[in-house]
Design a protein around this ligand. Structure first.
Ligand code: G3P
Ligand code: CA
Length: 252
């Protein structure tokens, strides 16, 4: 429901684990999701993109080069090729054998082990590509535990049209001229600026809240910034250090 993601006065910042607990385990793997879950993060943020054969996969970069033992664009590799890659060894030897999850595997894992997913549709997606993501979420019965976000306005339009029940957030590294207007057009539950973008015009917090739109700010790892954002009234913080933010919240 609109307004359903606003933080009630006196309650702690919502903790969103960026790419899982990506400071402690390889990003965007089931291993980093599990560390985030155990730390008490309410939400796990992951990125999704299609393989060459159209299967949604959880990966941040547009290539597998940085976070696996393979090379190439994710959109140029099939699901079978992606499944053969090691997505853990680059981070630490103990994670050897970690895989790039399919979105379906990721949703299975969440359904079994718990947690909610802040799913970023990464890069431009066609309507059919968005439809495949929506289908995976629906097939897993997870529409009430997934929140979709994107920098891509067109992708969010597709989500709005295909699955109006899925809450949507717009990612921004600079603020729109009128964040309330674009929130209304896209039917946003959240407007998610970078910390730097928000600092340039903190008055948008009150404007968005008046319109029932929450703010989930990224990517913030320093306690002095958590303090400022809490005081400014933002709703959630996307962090690489979810265990530390959970601890900070409980000491606050
Ligand atoms: O969730 C916000 C943040 O993830 C956006 O930047 O590059 O980490 O996907 P990036
Ligand atoms: Ca992301």
């Amino acid at each position: 429901a609109p307004g359903g993601y606003l933080r009630p006065a006196g309650s702690p910042l919502t903790v969103i684990a960026h790419r899982g607990a990506s400071s402690a385990a390889p990003e965007n793997t089931l291993a980093s999701d599990e560390v985030a879950r155990r730390a008490g993060a309410e939400w796990i943020e992951n990125d999704v993109q299609p393989s060459k054969d159209g299967i949604p996969h959880v990966l941040h970069d547009d290539t597998v080069n940085r976070t696996t033992n393979g090379t190439g664009a994710i959109r140029g590799l099939t699901a079978a090729q992606l499944a053969a890659l090691d997505a853990g060894s680059w981070f630490a030897p103990q994670y050897a054998g970690a895989r790039i999850p399919t979105l379906a595997a990721q949703l299975d894992d969440l359904r079994t082990r718990g947690g909610k997913l802040l799913l970023e549709i990464k890069g431009a997606h066609t309507r059919d590509e968005v439809a495949r993501i929506v289908q995976d979420i629906r097939d897993h019965g997870m529409t009430d535990r997934v929140f979709v976000q994107s920098f891509e306005v067109d992708a969010l339009r597709h989500v709005r049209d295909l699955a109006p029940e899925l809450p949507r957030g717009l990612l921004r590294s600079t603020l729109d001229a009128d964040p309330v207007a674009i929130s209304a057009e896209l039917g946003l539950a959240a407007y998610n600026p970078s910390d730097a973008a928000l600092s340039a015009r903190p008055g948008v917090i009150a404007d968005l809240h008046k319109a029932g739109v929450a703010l989930m700010v990224w990517t913030v790892d320093a306690a002095n910034r958590w303090q400022s954002l809490e005081a400014a009234g933002v709703d959630g913080v996307i962090t690489n250090r979810p265990a530390e933010l959970v601890g900070w919240n409980s000491a606050f």
